[in-house]
Unconditional design. Sequence first.
Length: 260
Amino acid sequence: MLNTDYIHNLCSLEGRNAIVTGGNQGIGRAIACSLAKLGARVTIVGRNSQTLAEALSLLEGDHHEAYTLDVSNREEVDSFFQTYQKQHESLDIFINNAAYSVHATLDETSKKDIDGLLDTNLKGALSCLQHAAGMMKVQKKGSIMVITSVNGMNPHPTQAMYSVTKFALEGAVKALASSLGPYNIRVNSCAPGAIDTPINAQAFSRPGFVEEFNKKVSLRRIGSIEEIGDAIALLVGDAFRYMTGSTVVIDGGLMLKQVP
């Protein structure tokens, strides 16, 4: 007989406070929705106030919040975390998701794009991770999940600088997991494959692209944001309480060799 109480207790995030960067759209929004469904009190941050409001309205339950925040601006990041810490007793879950991509080979990427990708995807992430880690060290508990990419394991030549930032974040996850373990803080990463998100919308809209791309994926389809969100919501909870410093690849088998 299925022990539903055990499953509920194992998966429940009731009473836990969570922050999701880039929670206003795409994978970040889906993660926020999944966390809320499991009972977490979710704070989403992002650059666009309109999409933030739309995302906030989708979250089940009460006591959720949204803040306009550009993670590439260190002063804004410092101010946000100071405000958050004053208003909340704890930070139990931190999801680093905010990122964007530029389609160009490394030699063709402009200085402006290099700086922009580094400022948001890497430096912004590191700033947020430092604050989250600081709060969790005081309370001696917490779960951090960094959204990277399969491109951070096997770089895409025309998303070169994006891949570089994701490679760097994979290193940051390992470093943080090692240093924060003694404080009972878990740090892991999730590397999604091809997911139907705004960041991929331009490529996916090209005639015939999706049909051809699906042939490269073992499951023969592009993933949905909900499939990533649900997995993350479980990974940050107690079911995976002994996992840290790990990368979970959710790509439908994109990185596997395919049958001819």
